[in-house]
Design a protein around this ligand. Structure first.
Ligand SMILES: [Zn+2]
Length: 78
């Protein structure tokens, strides 16, 4: 069993400015081919649009309709 790394991340909608903290987890080693990323709790006003093993391709939908990845590729890791 791989250890799970749990963390929270501030999500900000680039369209309407809605903001909240998501609680997420993934397997401890981010270099794994399948980190099994999961959002454990979504902040109010945000919804999972498309689940993915990876933060960069996990798509969040804001209540305003804007969709964006959990973590952008240009964003520094933590
Ligand atoms: Zn929004």
């Amino acid at each position: 069993m791989a250890a799970r790394d749990r963390f929270s991340k501030k999500l900000t909608c680039p369209q309407c400015g809605n903001m909240g903290f998501a609680e997420a987890s993934e397997d401890d080693h981010s270099s794994r081919p399948h980190p099994a990323f999961a959002v454990d709790r979504m902040p109010r006003g945000f919804f999972p649009q498309r689940a993915s093993n990876f933060q960069e391709t996990y798509i969040i939908r804001c209540e305003c309709g804007r969709k964006f990845p959990f973590r952008s590729r240009s964003e520094a890791q933590n």
